[in-house]
Design a protein around this ligand. Sequence first.
Ligand code: UT7
Length: 334
Amino acid sequence: MSNQSGIGVAFIGSGSAAPEAVLSNEGVSRVVETSDEWIASRTGIRQRHLASPTESLKQFAAQAAQNALDMAGITAAEVDLIILATSTADDLFGSASQIQAAIGANRAVAFDLTAACSGFVFGMVTAAQYIRTGAYQNVLLIGADVLSRWVDWNDRRTCVLFGDGAGAVVMQASTAGDRLLGFELRSDGCMNDCLTLAHEAQPRELVDGIAIGRGGYQFIQMNGQEVYRFAVRKVPEVIEKALFRANLTVEQIDWLLLHQANQRILDAVAQRLTLSGEKVISNMARYGNTSAASIPIALDEAVRAGNVKLGDVIASAGFGAGLTWGAAIFQWGK
Ligand code: UT7
């Protein structure tokens, strides 16, 4: 895909990090009434990493970011922009600046982007716009979430699914071509109720006639079956649209890299696209659903294992709360 400026995007480094503590399905079955058999057969998940009370999103995100910078061979001081895709910032005002300080990216402007489990794909497209216009050279895109803080650990329908972690990529301006080949982003607020982490407030009257709401965020609520149906229906559609924009066919995809929510969703999407299972990147057995972090963690593992090679075409797609969903077709490398 070419654009007017002649400046394209390259993907030059990846990194990831996750908490040390690992909770197996057997461990979850000591918290709620469930079993390894149910969780593994319905979702493909076997274990998840969970942040301890003293660990922060900032820590994992900064570690993932540093690993990505090291692979890219650039220093933090060379980063112009940091985008942190997250729904679980340590600070409601945003955590991107905390990461900027932690890694010493003194020149970078930093902000959070919230689009739940689609956050990384939305962030990738956002980062590309800044690069293509010539505004920024080096962008650090991080997807990080600590959903364990917001899961209802009494609700077996949701608590078995989620894990914590962070992943990152370095995107760089390139005059040698544009590696973001096509994308399609979508939102449907009419289905917002299917997956929420909502603020609830009680009225508190300050003075006569003036009341404000005081409260806090509640736990994650999800209509699993609705979200499942939505994902299996909508994700292939956006991938096909993004492929069309990229002027590519399904046969030209080397890897399908979906948000790691449920192995059955990955299999169903691959089947609808008539893609062989060998092209599906999956690590949810070890991480569970890490929301905005799931795509970059899986990407980083696949790059470091030597599976994803320079020039490989990756069809990535995120989907989740909002509802939001989107696909980005990109090529790994300079
Ligand atoms: O990251 C954001 C995007 N999120 C997603 O993509 C999630 C999409 N949804 C899903 O992946 C699936 O809907 C779930 C994995 C969440 C649930 O799987 P399901 O096959 O849709 O199960 P279900 O909700 O239809 O429940 C089937 C049965 C129910 O029992 P009855 O009513 O049939 O007797 C549930 O009560 O399984 C029961 N159940 C469980 N049993 C043991 C629900 N959760 C559990 C559990 N352990 N953890």
